[in-house]
Write a protein that binds this ligand. Structure first.
Ligand code: HEM
Ligand SMILES: N#Cc1ccc(NC(=O)NCc2cnc3scc(C#CC4CC4)n23)cc1
Length: 405
């Protein structure tokens, strides 16, 4: 059973996991066939159209295009990204006040068709605006921040580009560690202690590289712009006090439907390392394990399949425990510690970019200052704004306690 799974894991390309950039879509398409220009023109001009309250008018003028002419995975990913960006702008054009309750059929019908073909929900997801939303300024240049740009962005100035591009670099950094996964799975099955030990060094180094890339956030994202502007457009319509019914997808479903806002819990990279290391985000923290599992439905089908195949393979954790080999245990613990450190660093960043600006905002509200929507963006994680902090700390703590004693 797990041998069959480990065989399948040997060919990562099948799961759309690439040699050079992991779960990131390599060299994303930047243009669709001219027939789809109405979509890409509006999406490319989204910040301006939203800030000048013209987006909803522009959408009303859009023709109903058929998704049938989209060919291949890359065109579908670009279409899902463009329609996702327009949908978020359309719903939140008012900046969080009076969200739209109905998504017009010119968006809803093709968006649901493209989503069905990709196995994604009809809402903007991490795989859209982080993994497929990038291009190199100089195609022959390196994958470094200065040589990258996003295909689409939201209001929030360069901070919206910064947020997506820094996340992209964090996703590209651990690629050697992802490449080590099939090696580890095969070595565990063969009880090959030495190969497991060596490959675990690559995983630990990869996770450290993620944290290095993460530090770029301070340079390229402004806390005020993130909290006051960008975060509004990433919000979803599941368990949301602003949209208790959800959103009506006109011409697709009669009743309104609820979908969660974009979340990095939809990132396959960290979920992969959690599963490889057997980190139990157990039901102990009920909602966090449940939420992580539910976010797999918001990943591209091939990435979801990779995670499920990995989860049904042999347990590296049991192997490291059973062999009782101190060197192997140390290498294993180094990976777990690196993951816990990354999550601690992330929590510090979240404090700077959400908790502090939110506190400042509340103070200003007392004085009639910035008008912010009370509900936190991720209300499907519980109603209060601080529930995501509980979630992040629960995940960090369960990572920490996963070290082998
Ligand atoms: C301004 C910077 C950032 C802020 C304010 C932020 C905020 C958050 C919040 C509130 C969550 C809870 C779930 C959700 O709402 O998505 C979260 C989860 C997450 N974020 Fe971020 N984040 C930031 C940057 C990053 C970056 C650069 C990465 C790297 C890819 C990242 C990776 C994750 C992951 C993997 C999760 C899921 C929870 C976990 O596995 O630990 N975040 N983040
Ligand atoms: N108040 C408040 C409050 C503000 C923000 C959030 N959550 C949030 O932005 N999640 C997304 C996220 C978290 N980490 C990372 S890296 C890249 C992304 C992304 C993305 C696109 C949307 C798919 N993300 C929760 C509450």
């Amino acid at each position: 059973e797990s041998r069959a799974h480990s065989e399948r894991l040997q060919h990562l390309e099948e799961f759309h996991v690439s040699e050079e950039c992991g779960f990131v879509l390599p060299d994303p398409l930047a243009q669709l066939p001219d027939y789809y220009a109405p979509w890409t023109n509006v999406a490319a001009n989204l910040p301006h159209l939203v800030e000048t309250q013209q987006l909803r008018g522009e959408v009303a003028k859009m023709p109903l295009l058929s998704a049938r002419h989209l060919r291949g995975h890359r065109q579908l990913r670009l279409a899902h990204l463009a329609l996702g960006v327009i949908t978020m702008g359309y719903v939140w054009q008012g900046g969080g006040r009076q969200p739209a309750k109905i998504l017009p059929r010119v968006l809803a019908v093709p968006f649901c068709a493209v989503s069905a073909r990709l196995g994604l929900p009809p809402i903007l997801v991490y795989a859209d605006c982080v993994l497929a939303n990038w291009k190199k300024r100089d195609p022959r240049g390196l994958t470094v921040y200065q040589n990258l740009d996003t295909l689409f962005s939201f209001p929030g100035g360069d901070s919206s580009k910064g947020f997506f591009l820094v996340s992209l670099l964090v996703e590209v950094a651990p690629t050697p560690g992802l490449q080590a996964i099939p090696t580890i799975v095969k070595a565990v099955l063969r009880q090959d202690l030495c190969s497991v030990h060596t490959a675990l060094q690559d995983v630990a180094l990869a996770i450290c590289r993620m944290q290095e890339a993460f530090t770029l956030i301070h340079e390229h994202v402004d806390p005020g712009l993130f909290f006051r502007t960008l975060r509004i457009y990433l919000a979803g319509w599941k368990d949301s006090s602003l949209m208790p019914e959800g959103l009506v997808y006109e011409g697709v479903w009669e009743a309104p439907r609820q979908f969660s806002g974009g979340s990095a819990a939809q990132s396959s990279t960290l979920q992969c390392f959690d599963i490889l290391l057997g980190i139990p985000h157990s039901t102990a923290q009920g909602f966090s394990a449940e939420y992580l599992r539910r976010m797999r439905d918001y990943m591209p089908a091939a990435h979801r399949a990779f995670i499920q195949t990995l989860a049904s393979g042999p347990s590296l954790r049991q192997f490291a425990l059973v062999t009782g080999n101190a060197g192997l245990r140390a290498a294993f613990n180094q990976c777990v510690a690196a993951l816990a450190a990354l999550r601690s660093y992330h929590i510090q960043v979240v404090t700077k970019y959400i908790t502090i600006p939110a506190g400042r905002c509340r103070a200003e509200q007392q004085l009639g200052g910035c008008v912010q929507e009370g509900a936190s963006v991720r209300s499907d994680m519980g109603t209060g704004g601080t529930d995501f902090m509980r979630f992040l700390k629960a995940i960090r703590d369960s990572t920490h306690t996963a070290q082998l004693t």
